[in-house]
Design a protein around this ligand. Structure first.
Ligand code: BJW
Length: 233
């Protein structure tokens, strides 16, 4: 690992699974209780806003009761002392990376803890509910929606992510099924850029074969082990 300076780490629902947050596609995952097309598209929100707002209010409340696990803590430790460039690109909309102490975090699919005003386009920190149609703190309109990237919408800060990948020596993917694009394509982008790639996941992901190396097991074990390897070469 001595030749590694710049690292991009992609995280998905699997890193928060051991904190008690359901993944999307595993048995018992969210999609079994709510069909994705019923809640995670702009069309669903237009069709049945109450269903969508209730669903996100429930999840916003739930994530605030959860705690980071050893995988989040290990990445925060790495972030704290890694002298090179490092970017944790998370698909997760919880704040467990930040609560573990990481600061170089980019939420490409948004966050539960913001509300986005569709009238004035301002995003405001938000911990309560949206179902009662509260006013936007910036403009006063009742036009707030979850600040979540739904299917068909553009994930956030793609230029910054691709810029970090272009500079990276190592791309690590943690706890993601490789089912949702563009994140699922980052390993191929890294391949094309000749960036070394490592998968840490409970089981082989859909894109597992594209990684230079894949290790399978729980994130709470694999991530601290890998961080120790990187920090003590
Ligand atoms: C553990 C573990 C443990 C368990 N330890 N591991 C046809 C082909 C290709 C693409 C498309 C297509 N049709 C449409 C598209 C595009 C679409 C897409 O990808 N659809 C697919 C379904 C095919 N994508 C989009 O629409 C995106 N926008 C877009 O593409 O814009 C255009 C664009 C073009 C070019 C460049 C850039 C943009 C937007 C995607 C938005 C995704 N939003 C969601 C929902 C948010 C709502 C909410 O949170 O409620 O984000 S979908 C959902 O999936 C969520 C997640 O972030 C995302 C990824 O899921 P993740 O994290 O991988 O979770 P799981 O459950 O799938 O996997 C968990 C993994 O962890 C498993 O492998 C487990 O084994 C593992 N695990 N426990 C370690 N303890």
């Amino acid at each position: 690992m001595t030749d590694i300076r710049n690292i991009v780490i992609l995280t998905g629902a699997g890193i928060s699974a051991e904190s008690g947050i359901d993944t999307f596609r595993d048995g018992g995952g969210l999609w079994e209780q709510h069909r994705v097309e019923d809640v995670a598209t702009p069309e669903a929100f237009a069709r049945d806003p109450d269903l969508v707002l209730r669903f996100y209010d429930m999840r916003r409340e739930a994530i605030q009761q959860k705690e980071p696990n050893p995988a989040h803590e290990a990445l925060a430790r790495l972030d704290d002392i890694w002298p090179g460039e490092l970017l944790i690109v998370t698909q997760n909309v919880d704040d467990l990376h930040e609560r573990a102490g990481a600061s170089r975090v980019l939420h490409m699919h948004g966050t539960h803890l913001n509300a986005w005003c569709t009238a004035c386009d301002v995003r405001s920190p938000w911990r309560g509910t949206l179902i009662e149609r509260p006013s936007c703190p910036a403009c006063g309109e009742s036009a707030l929606r979850p600040d979540i990237v739904w299917f068909g919408e553009m994930p956030y800060e793609m230029e910054r992510i691709y810029g970090a990948l272009r500079n990276a020596d190592l791309f690590v993917s943690v706890g993601t099924s490789g089912a949702v694009y563009p994140a699922a394509g980052f390993v191929r982008d890294a391949n094309a850029l000749r960036v070394r790639t490592l998968e840490l996941n409970l089981e082989p992901s859909q894109g597992s074969g594209w990684f230079d190396e894949a290790r399978h097991g729980p994130a709470s074990e694999l991530v601290p082990e890998w961080v120790d390897e990187v920090l003590i070469p």
